[in-house]
Write a protein that binds this ligand. Structure first.
Ligand code: NAD
Length: 301
């Protein structure tokens, strides 16, 4: 891609996603408030920005991958933010997981500045972001703008799903994450019980995989993280708590009850009050085991 592309937010997901864009031949100007996060990109030849203004100067596409709705509002909408300096006709591609109402608000402001906006939150794990196998849920009103970002999405992932108009990508992400995060807690409880009552977990894994209880949290996420004795993030319990909150807030505003979701949210809330806050969300298993006084299970893959 010959056009100038800027990437803001180079954390657990944004870092490897940006690196994959560069490795597939598009150079980037990059920015993160934590300067050390820019180092791997600088090593690959990217240009570090001193500020948002400096980073996005003349950019055709500006990608944001930030933790929360407030971060996105601040980076895009504040006086020193993207919309104060973006040129008309440029495209903001927001890949963060935020409140759908936040996406709608930012999109309105973009339209006032004649800047295109696409929401493309990301599915799958950090390991997929590293290997370039992510899935994107795209909300987009403008096919020309989509064509411009498509090569970038293809550089970062394998699966692009057009969900509909702007805001539909983030809505799909919030609903899907509600399921993922609830299944993770069910999996943590099930494996704690299995260990407590003396089941052989390798055998139980085989049983589970052969039935409709089979799920990606057990067999992909937990198997590659906590069950291998690795609880470094990944996706933190703090961020998981934020995402359950987005689902519950969205459901409340439409008078939809999520009783299971509310219970699961309470667990994430308790887990983040202590040592697990910055650990991978598969560490829900170790948290559940701690409460039940069970030694946390580990399985050889
Ligand atoms: P992270 O905390 O590892 O990274 C966020 C980065 O944004 C950090 O490097 C931080 O310094 C930077 N940042 C924050 N405020 C900034 C600002 N004002 N200006 C510039 N940079 C700023 O988070 P992550 O795990 O990479 O997640 C990013 C988003 O992707 C979140 O919305 C998360 O919910 C979503 N997500 C995460 C995963 C995952 O597995 N980690 C998977 C899918 C989606």
């Amino acid at each position: 891609m010959g056009e100038k592309v800027a990437f803001i937010g180079l954390g657990a997901m944004g870092g490897p996603m940006a690196q994959n864009i560069v490795k597939k031949g598009t150079n980037l100007s990059v920015y993160d408030i934590e300067k050390s996060k820019m180092d791997p990109l600088i090593d690959l030849g990217s240009t570090p920005g001193k500020s948002i203004k400096d980073t996005i100067q003349n950019a055709e596409v500006i990608i944001t991958m930030l933790p929360s709705t407030d971060n996105v509002r601040s980076v895009i909408c504040s006086a020193e933010g993207v919309l104060s300096f973006a040129k008309p006709g440029s495209i903001i591609l927001d890949m963060s997981t935020i409140a759908p109402t936040g996406t709608d608000e930012v999109y309105d402001l973009c339209r006032q500045k004649e800047v295109d906006f696409i929401d493309a939150p990301v599915g799958r794990l950090v390991s997929h972001a590293i290997s370039g196998d992510s899935l994107f849920m795209v909300g987009c009103d403008n096919d020309e703008a989509f064509k411009k970002v498509e090569p970038l999405l293809n550089a970062m992932g394998t699966t692009i799903i057009r969900c509909g108009k702007v805001g539909s990508g983030i809505r799909a992400k919030v609903v899907n994450n509600f399921q993922i995060l609830s299944i993770a807690q069910i999996t943590a409880e099930a494996l704690t019980l299995a260990k407590k009552i003396g089941l052989d977990l390798n055998t139980f894994k085989e049983v589970n995989a052969g039935t409709t209880a089979n799920n990606g949290q057990f067999h992909i996420n937990f198997m590659s993280k906590v069950l291998q004795n690795d609880i470094e993030p990944g996706f933190t319990i703090d961020l998981a708590h934020k995402d359950m909150g987005l689902a519950i807030e969205t459901a409340n505003s439409f008078r939809v009850g999520l009783p299971v979701g509310s219970s699961v949210q309470a667990v994430y809330g308790q887990a983040r009050s202590g040592k697990f806050a910055k650990k991978d969300f598969s560490a829900l298993l170790d948290y559940a085991c701690e409460i039940a006084e069970v030694s946390p299970p580990r399985i050889k893959s």
